[in-house]
Design a protein around this ligand. Structure first.
Ligand code: 4AD
Ligand code: MG
Length: 441
């Protein structure tokens, strides 16, 4: 009978039918009479059996791991108690070799990835991507980005695409990547926030999914030089409304990922203990976090007890988040440790209407704030940070031509994925991670 051309995930439903599937040999095992192949096509894994003459023929071409083949045969249900992806097996009656891989190169696929030299594995990222774990994280990533866009549509935000090449900084000069822009100095963007702010009067609430770049010299579990930044900006709302919106976004996007027929089971596999976050999130003011750190005898960067005004760096932040064990909105940071654009609290001008969302195991996954609304205050912010405001004329104009209360935030895609997929570093959540010393493949 003629074979129906299908992807592997479709083949699971076709018990009794003759199909044609193409893919890569993920696993290979044979004895004198039978060859077992686990075929992979990026959509699924299919157990395939070649026996009799086919098995003998196989020995003559010497199939190898990562070779591409097209297999023809019937889909049969596997007997009770025998595990196979999709509960089926392909009984092969004919096959074609599309591309033969050299033998002995299994080293870079999943099985051996554990324990191998991380730097060597990163050199071979184009091959290690084929492994079960990395490809699973990438599938969850796909579902998460789709889920985020779905929530934004439900919440009425418009997606825009912001420039990557800019002449302004957002989060401090020390992490800027400079580039020669036809003889002028320019940078790779650190954040699209300022551009999103300019969209409010034109488009209303907006968001973008854009690469951000940070020249972070130190190697940590959660810093990349290039990361996918999900940023949103909303007008005519209060700080509490901003927090409510962010909470809805996180809860609903994770819910949609878990409901996804592909990504949901992958999250379970990668992170069996994952508990979907529930609202309302704990809201903890910076000044109370400082008290908490002192009470728990956690020290600041100088090894001293924490005091008001200290930056809560990665290690202390993670200790706090892991101890508390639930998502935390850490709010109202002092002016001095935050960026030039953040609005001060009316009841306490030492602190800002700012928020970091902290998750157990990762810490900060989101940073956001309400923004300064008046030109004078903004100019004072530039002065405090030692920034020449002239390049920001267009940003300052926002305050001149119809200012409004507004705020927004940025989510680190790789960080939220590290939390969701229980990965030790954000590097495992990026297709081709960039950090100091690594710009290939
Ligand atoms: O806290 P950040 O620096 O805030 C901003 O950029 C704001 N302008 C965003 C806004 O309000 N529109 O960065 C936001 C988030 C962080 O919480 C973190 O999750 C992620 O971006 N992030 C990084 N992720 C990976 N590698 C890095 N080097 C990162 N730096 C920030
Ligand atoms: Mg931050």
């Amino acid at each position: 009978p003629p074979a129906k051309k299908v992807k592997i995930d479709q083949s699971y439903k076709l018990v009794g039918e003759r199909v044609k599937v193409s893919g890569w040999i993920h696993r290979l095992r044979s004895n004198k009479k039978v060859v077992f192949i686990v075929l992979r096509d990026g959509k699924g894994y299919l157990q395939c059996v070649l026996s009799g003459n086919l098995a003998l023929a196989q020995q003559t071409v010497d199939l190898t791991i990562e070779s591409t083949v097209t297999l023809y045969g019937s889909i049969v249900k596997v007997p009770e108690g025998k595990a196979a992806p999709g509960g089926v097996e392909l009984v092969v009656d004919y096959y074609e070799v599309v591309g033969l891989a050299p033998s002995g190169d299994e080293a870079f696929t999943n099985k051996v990835a554990e324990g191998a030299d991380p730097s060597l594995l990163l050199d071979q990222r184009h091959l290690t991507l084929r492994g079960e774990t990395l490809s699973a994280v990438m599938k969850v990533r796909h579902a998460f980005l789709a889920a985020i866009r779905r929530v934004y549509r439900e919440e009425g935000l418009t997606e825009v695409t912001t420039p990557c090449m800019v002449q302004t900084q957002v989060e401090g000069g020390s992490t800027l990547f400079k580039l020669d822009y036809y003889g002028e100095e320019a940078y790779l963007t650190q954040s699209s926030q300022l551009y999103l702010e300019t969209c409010l009067p034109a488009l209303g609430d907006v968001y973008c999914v854009q690469e951000s770049f940070r020249a972070e010299k130190s190697h940590t579990r959660r810093h990349l030089s290039e990361y996918t930044h999900i940023e949103a900006e909303l007008a005519f709302l209060s700080f509490d409304e901003l927090l409510d919106h962010l909470e809805t976004l996180v809860i609903n996007s994770i819910k949609y990922v878990l409901e996804d027929p592909v990504a949901g089971p992958l999250v379970k596999q990668l992170n069996p203990d994952f508990v979907a976050p529930k609202g309302p999130f704990m809201r903890l003011e910076y000044k109370d976090a400082i008290k908490w750190l002192v009470e728990h005898d956690i020290k600041n960067e100088e090894g001293e007890p924490f005091k008001f005004g200290d930056d809560i760096a990665e290690a202390a932040e993670r200790k706090m988040t892991d101890t508390i064990g639930v998502p935390i909105f850490l709010t109202k940071f002092p002016v001095e440790i935050k960026s030039f654009y953040m609005k001060r609290c009316t009841d306490d001008p030492r602190v800002t209407e700012s928020v970091d969302l902290l998750m157990p195991t990762v810490g900060e996954i989101t940073g956001g704030s309400m923004r300064i609304e008046t030109t004078d205050e903004l100019l004072a912010g530039f002065k405090r940070e030692g920034i020449d405001p002239s390049a920001y004329y267009w940003f300052i104009d926002q305050r001149k031509y119809g200012t409004c209360p507004h705020g927004g935030y940025g989510i680190g895609t790789e960080r939220i994925l590290a939390w969701l997929c229980n990965r030790f570093t954000v590097r495992e959540c990026s297709l081709y991670p960039r950090f100091s010393g690594r710009c290939k493949p």
